[in-house]
Write a protein that binds this ligand. Sequence first.
Ligand code: HEC
Length: 145
Amino acid sequence: MKKALILIVMVVFSLVAVSASFAKPAKCPQPRKTKSAPGSIAKKDKTAKANAKNGKAIYMKKAKPMACKMCHGVKGDGGGKLGGALKPAPRNFACKATMKKVSAGQMFHIIKNGSKGTGMVGHKKTLKDKEIWDVVKYIRSTFVK
Ligand code: HEC
């Protein structure tokens, strides 16, 4: 009897763990809590000379305190492991309807300074400007279609 109970508890726990690791994509169109960058920055775009490959390494692994994929997901759709737990949800870069309002400069500004009142932290101290443009290029060339 006791053994059966332990087994049931174990099965339930593993199911919960499995479902949590398959976070769903965020909504599309998606509301944005993030404020607009100042116009002069929003219009900047230095992705032409940026390195998308280095951007990928940052997105998938190197970013501190956490890889971008943990929230924004490996597919960039906001379906990262932690994404489902966040309110507002992480940006869904694969959502065209929402991303057409988000310029490269806007992304640069938020990645650098963070977005107040959301889980998006600034990376001013951990990424150089050049590295931020690399990750902007990776996201825009890979997920934003
Ligand atoms: C802890 C979870 C988390 C991590 C890690 C994270 N983000 Fe975010 N991100 C968010 C949330 C939440 C928002 C705000 C969504 C909103 O505005 O409603 C956001 C917003 C953004 C935006 C703003 C888009 C806009 O609408 O203006 C960009 C760009 C972005 N993230 C890129 C990144 C990059 C690049 C990394 C890695 C260097 C990263 N994020 C890491 C959760 C995260």
